[in-house]
Structures are given as structure tokens and as C-alpha cells.
Ligand binder design. Sequence first.
Ligand code: BG6
Length: 499
Amino acid sequence: MNPALDIVIFGGFGDLALRKLLPALYRLEVAGKLPEGSRLLLASSHAGVEGKDVNAVKQWLHKQLDSNESADSHWQVFSQRLCPVTVDVQCKDEHWQHLADLLNAQPQHSRIFFLAMPPSLFHDTCVNLAALQLITPTARVVLEKPLGHDRASALDINQVVASFFPEKQIFRIDHYLGKETVQNLIALRFANELFEPLWNGQHIDHIQISISEQVGLEGRKVFYDQTGAMRDMVQNHLLQLLCLVAMEPPHKLQAEMIRTEKLKVLQALRPVTGHDIPRHIVRGQYARGVMEGKEVPSYIEDLGHDSDTETFVAIKAHIDNWRWSGVPFYLRTGKRMRQRCAEIVIQFKALTHNVFDNAVGTLQPNRLVIRLQPDEGIQLVMMAKKMNQVEMQLQQVALNLNFHDTFANFSSDAYQRLLLNVIKDDLSLFAHVDESLLAWSWVDPIMASWRRNEPPMHTYEAGTWGPDAAAALLHKDSRAWHNNGFNSNIRNLKTAGGG
Ligand code: BG6
């Protein structure tokens, strides 16, 4: 068990705390992973009043936990740890001294400061923490996106925090890195002999990384309209996935070594500039459409005013290094798409020589689909003989690994894993400042071009797989998106008997 600590959540009753952090901490409690004696201090300018008290936390737990989890089972112990603390981070007043007294009463506890608030408040918060000498050598600070809207603003925000905390004490959350299936990508690549020798441009034709969502604005109109899909999803989640798929094997699975390998991928990511922007990037915004039988409004109607914010992005990217030379990476994300589905598709090359007669059917190249959510699993698509048939006939079949079938009670809470890593002081699931800045450097020129309306915005009907131009991006390379590739109609080897 790790030594006791104090976790101070600034924005302790905000959306992030109530929807993500507190349920994750409660799950850690249930799993017996919260160090004994640890305290959870919920700092907010109105902490303690109705709706910002311990009861409110319980109500949120009831709402947020899954139906097979009980908000009551460990509430007694959990609630003892909770301590709402009134602090207005922008004022230097006696409330700060009260927080300091609470923390100083347990000087042996390590401190974790979770800044669950807009970056504009980071400076005042850090100044107050430093003035009261609360930043100890073992203190950690946890930051959540959005950390800036371009490289310059991201640099400013990071520099503010860096003037109070050294890099090894800064945990930048990208919740995709906490997903169990994303972790499994590392296991798949580095714990199996099978894939690594094939994991390069000699054998792989191209790679697709898609995160499609059905949700629209979800009550985040102002935030989303200022952000858009590129900043909200590509700069962080999609590029982090790209790094994990493409990086070289680290010497050891240790934070510094993983981060070094991810950085090399970002350094090798070919900038998309000039004429390549319209050729390699598609942006779109959803129009009215039908989703699961119901009409849904357009983005503009959802928003209530005109906007040129993109809700969809598709990108053809290249990594200029030995391993990936000539292999396109197609990235895609969008809101109000036909299905919720996050997948990585590794499309292998066609066989170099065909020993079969044409009569046996067409040989299809192998495909590995890593399904991140929902229906988490892995599918390997290959050719096999049609059984119960005298003559040789080939067909595509799928080897399926469905984590829900294989692991009883499989459920994944990214924040639970991430918070546990903060508690363990393990940075391996968190982005280094250089990764974040390199990602911004790659995204910035594309967004600058969009501001000049080059290329113009496409629209797509809600409930579809995005604009036609996104399909054309692959068609012109004689390829196609594997929309929901995992659930395709390929015969499943586990369940299909034969012919
Ligand atoms: C967040 C974005 O980072 O990720 C949201 O801000 C998006 O817009 C969410 O909906 C998607 O996360 P998940 O885990 O639901 O795929």
C-alpha cells in the first residue's frame, strides 16, 4: 500500500470532479487502493453549502456509478475522507490559511493538487500554494485538458505551472491513455512475438485510427464552439493513440522511456502544410439528420448561431522514419456520427504471390482491428478454407477476442487507473510537456489555414460516417474506411461451424 496522502481537488464540486474524479476515487476505495489515512479535500469557493457538500457527492455517485456498483457499500469509509474546503483561488484570504492548516496537520502526507479548473486560474492557485509553502518536494500537480488553444497558449500555461512544479511532478491527463484497451495495445505489441516482426511498412499497407461519437454538444456549447474537433480530439487523444501504435519498443515500460519513444514519433510526423492541407485533411460540420430513427438538429441549430467550428476531422498523416516509410495513417473523429466506436485498424498488405487458382475466390489481405470502445476486443481477419466443401474455396473469417466474454465483469474506468498512477507517482500514462507542444506545432498550421477558409468546410448529415470528402480521401488512394470494422459481417471462427 502506498503511504497516506492528501488529494486536494480545486474545482472540487465542478463537473469534472463530480462526473469523473470522485466516482474514480470511490472505485479506488472499493478496490482497497486508497492508502489508509488519505484525505480528499474538495476545494471550491462555495464548498460546504447545499449542493457542494458531502451529500451532494453521494448523490452524484448514485448517478455516475454503474448499476452493478453500489454507492453505499463503502460510503461510510469514503465519506470520512471527504472534506469540503472553502477556497477562492483568486483571493489571498484566511481560507487559504485554513487549507494550509489542514494540510500542515499531516506533514508526512504527500500532496496531490488536482487543478480541475480553467487554466486561467492556474497562476493564482500556484502563487497561493507557493506563498503558503504547500508545494513540498513530493507534491504532485494534475492538469486536465484543454491546456491552451494553440502552441503559444499551451506554452504559456505550461510555463506558469513549471515555474512552481518541476516536470517530474506534473501529471497531464489524457484520459485515453488510461483506457484499459489502450493499455492493452502495449501488451499486444510488446508481449507477443507474433505482431512486432510484421509491424512496419514492409507488411502493413495503412493504419486507420477512428473515434466516432454519437453525442453532439452535450451542454458544452460555449466550450465546444471555441474548441472544435481538432483541438478537442486530434491534438491529444488521436495523436496519443498514433504514438502508441507507431512508437519503437521502449527499453523498459518506464515513464521516461515511453515518453522518449512517443516524442520521436511526433518529431517524425510529417507537417501538413500548403497544398497538402486540402489534399490530406477534411473538416466537416454536422447538418440535420436522422439518428436511430429520430431527427436531430444541425450543429448550428444546436448552437443557436452561425459558426465555422468543425465537428469532424479526417486526416491522412505520414511518419517519416524507417519503420513507417510509405504507410499512411488515416485519422478520423467526429460528433453525431452513425455509431459510437473507437477503433484502430491495421490493414496488412496483399500477399506478394498467389498460389491459388482464381476459382477459389479472391484473397483478401489480413486485418487486425483493435476495438477500444464499446464492445472492447480484438479481431484478426484472415483467409481460411470454407469447411464442409470438397473443393478448395477460400473465405474471410475472423478470430475474435471479446474482453467482456473473456474477462468476467470487465469494466474500465480510465480515471481510476490514471488517479492510481498519480498516487503511485508513475508518469508513464501522462503526456510530457514536449509531447503536448509538438502536437500543437503539428496542428497549428492546419488550423491557421482553416481560418483563411482553405479548404472550405464540408457538411455531413448527422447519423452518417461524415462528409463524402472523407470517404474520397481514402478512395483516391484505392482504400476505404472500415466503418465499425469490428462488427462487419465476417464469419466468426468461434461461432461459425463451416461452409
Ligand atoms: C473528451 C472530449 O476529451 O473526450 C469530448 O472533450 C469527447 O468532446 C470525449 O466526447 C470522448 O471521450 P470518450 O472516453 O467518451 O471516448
